[in-house]
Write a protein that binds this ligand. Structure first.
Ligand code: NAI
Length: 462
C-alpha cells in the first residue's frame, strides 16, 4: 500500500493534466486508469482519432474538388480504408505514449486498473488499497443511450464504433445534429456515404449562435448532407447487417422509416461514475447525474474533488484540463481559477466553427445592449487563395463600453482564430483593441480585425 498526496481517478485530459500539475507542484501523485492507455476518451476514441480522419478525408475532398482548379491534374487518390484506420491508430498511439512519457518525466505513478473509493482517503485499484490525502474524480463521460435504440457498435454505433467501422457505409443515418454527428458525418460524407442527419430540434448544434447555426446547416447541405429536422427517433432495428430507423415528425406526429448501412447515435453524453462507490461514500449528485461540487471543485465529502465531464458545464477536453490545473493549484495551497465565461468551443468540420462567450440570443434574453461587428471571409484575400471564402466572423460587443462579450466564427481555421478573441476577453478588451492591433497580411486573422472594425467605424474590405 502506497500513500499519496493526490490520487486522480481517470487518465483523460482532465485527469492526466491534473496529475502532471500536481506533481509539478511537489505533490506525490498517482493517476488510476484502466483502459490500457492514458488519454481517456479524447485521445483514444474521441477528439484525436476523429481529427485524424477529418484531416485525411479533407485532403481527399481537396484532391477531388480543388486540385484540378489549381492546375494539379491527375486522378484523385482512391481510399484504402484499412490504411486510413491504421493512420488514425498511429496518431492515437503517439499521443497516448506521449502522456506515458510525461508521467515518467514528472514522476506520476500510473496505477493500472479501475479505481473505487471504499472510504474518504482511500482508493482501491484491483486488490490494492492506496491512501491519498486528496482524491480527484476525473472519470469523464460515456455516450447517452436512446430508448428503442440498441447499439451493437457494428451497424448501430456510438462515436467509438464509428471510428472503427469494418467498411465505409453507402448510406449512413446520424441521430443528433450535435458536434459528434456533424464531425463524423463530414468524414463519411467525404468518403462517399449518403449521410442523413435526424435532429429532434428545428436547428442544428443547440446552444450556438442562431446565425451560425443557419449558415452552418446551409453549408453542410451544399456539401451533400441531408437533414430531417424536428424528428424524434423512435427505434432502430438491425437485420442482416443493415438497420431500419423509425422516426416521428414533431409537427404532425407522422411516422417514417429510413434504411441505413450504419446508424450513428450522437445524442449527447452522460457523466461516467459507475462503479466508483460514490453512493456508499455519500457523494451528492445533481438531478442530471453529475457530481455536485463547490467553488473549489470539492464534493460534499472532504478531500474528494471532481472535474471534467462528471461535473456540470460543457463536456469539453480543454474545460476539463483547466479544471485539472486549477484543482491541483488549490490543493497545493495556491489560487486555481477557471474563467467559465471564456471557454471556446470548436467544431472541426470544413469550414470550422468556433465560438466563445455569449450568443446574440443570450444577450437578447439578458436584455443587454450590444452591437454586432461582422465580416465575411469573401472579403479576405487569403481565403480567396485557398477555396475557403465561406463563412464569417461575428463579434458581439457591449453597446456602450465596446467590451467584447462573445464571438462566433464559421470559416477557415476558425478553431485557431477564436483564441485571439479569447485572450482579448481575458484582458477585458474592447473591440477597438482588436481593431487597433496590426494583423499580418495576408492571414485569415485579418477577418477578425475587420469584424472588430465593424464594431466601430466599419470594415475596410466590404
Ligand atoms: P450534443 O449534445 O452536441 O448534440 C446532440 C444532439 O442530438 C442535439 O442536437 C439534440 O437535440 C439531438 N437529439 C437528442 N435526442 C434526439 C432524438 N431522440 N432524436 C433526434 N435527435 C436527438 O451531443 P454529441 O454530439 O453527442 O456530443 C456529446 C458531447 O461531446 C458534447 O458535449 C460535445 O460538446 C462533446 N464533443 C465535443 C467535440 C468538440 O469540441 N469538437 C467533438 C465531439 C464531442
Amino acid at each position: 500500500m502506497a500513500t499519496y498526496d493526490v490520487i486522480i481517478i481517470g487518465g483523460g485530459p482532465g485527469g492526466y493534466v491534473c496529475a502532471i500539475r500536481c506533481a509539478q507542484l511537489g505533490l506525490k501523485t498517482a493517476c488510476v486508469e484502466g483502459r490500457g492507455a492514458l488519454g481517456g476518451t479524447c485521445l483514444n476514441v474521441g477528439c484525436i482519432p476523429s481529427k485524424a480522419l477529418l484531416h485525411a478525408t479533407h485532403q481527399l475532398h481537396e484532391a477531388e474538388h480543388n486540385f484540378a482548379k489549381m492546375g494539379l491534374k491527375g486522378k484523385a487518390p482512391s481510399v484504402d480504408w484499412k490504411q486510413m484506420l491504421a493512420f488514425k491508430d498511429e496518431v492515437i498511439e503517439s499521443n497516448t505514449k506521449g502522456i506515458e512519457f510525461l508521467f515518467k518525466k514528472n514522476k506520476v505513478d500510473w496505477l493500472q486498473g479501475w479505481g473505487t473509493i471504499p472510504e474518504a482517503g482511500k482508493v482501491k485499484v484491483g486488490d490494492e488499497v492506496h491512501e491519498a490525502k486528496n482524491i480527484i474524480i476525473a472519470t469523464g463521460s460515456a455516450p447517452a443511450s436512446l430508448p428503442g435504440v440498441e447499439v451493437d457498435e457494428k451497424t448501430v454505433v456510438t462515436s467509438t464504433g464509428a471510428l472503427e467501422l469494418a467498411k465505409t457505409p453507402k448510406k449512413m443515418v446520424i441521430i443528433g445534429a450535435g458536434v459528434i454527428g456533424l464531425e463524423l458525418g463530414s468524414v463519411y460524407s467525404r468518403l462517399g456515404a449518403e449521410v442523413t442527419v435526424i435532429e429532434f430540434l428545428d436547428f442544428i448544434t443547440p446552444g450556438m449562435d442562431g446565425e451560425v447555426q443557419k449558415s452552418f446547416q446551409r453549408i453542410l447541405k451544399k456539401q451533400g448532407m441531408e437533414f430531417i429536422m424536428g424528428a424524434a427517433v423512435q427505434k432502430t432495428e438491425i437485420a442482416r447487417g443493415k438497420a431500419k430507423v423509425t422516426y416521428k415528425l414533431r409537427k404532425d406526429d407522422s411516422e417514417h422509416e429510413i434504411d441505413a448501412d450504419t446508424v450513428l447515435v450522437a445524442t449527447g453524453r452522460k457523466p461516467y461514475t459507475e462503479g466508483l462507490g460514490l453512493e456508499a461514500l455519500g457523494v451528492e449528485m445533481t438531478p442530471r447525474g453529475q457530481v455536485k461540487i463547490g467553488a473549489d471543485w470539492q464534493t460534499n465529502v472532504k478531500g474528494v474533488y471532481a472535474i471534467g465531464d462528471v461535473v456540470p458545464g460543457p463536456m469539453l477536453a480543454h474545460k476539463a484540463e483547466d479544471e485539472g490545473m486549477a484543482v491541483a493549484e488549490q490543493i497545493a495551497g495556491k489560487h486555481g481559477h477557471v474563467n467559465y465565461g471564456v471557454i471556446p468551443g470548436v467544431i472541426y468540420t470544413s469550414p470550422e466553427v468556433a465560438n466563445v462567450g455569449k450568443t446574440e440570443e443570450q444577450l437578447k434574453e439578458e436584455g443587454r445592449a450590444y452591437k454586432v461587428g461582422k465580416f465575411p471571409f469573401m472579403g479576405n484575400g487569403r481565403a480567396k487563395a485557398t477555396f475557403s471564402t465561406e463563412g464569417f466572423v461575428k463579434i458581439l460587443a457591449d453597446k456602450d463600453t465596446d467590451r467584447i462579450l462573445g464571438a462566433h466564427i464559421i470559416g477557415p481555421a476558425a478553431g485557431e482564430l477564436i483564441h485571439e478573441i479569447c485572450v482579448a476577453m481575458e484582458f477585458g478588451a474592447a473591440a477597438e483593441d482588436l481593431a487597433l492591433t496590426c494583423h499580418a497580411h495576408p492571414t485569415y486573422s485579418e477577418a477578425v480585425r475587420e469584424a472588430a472594425l465593424a464594431c466601430g467605424d466599419g470594415p475596410i474590405h466590404v
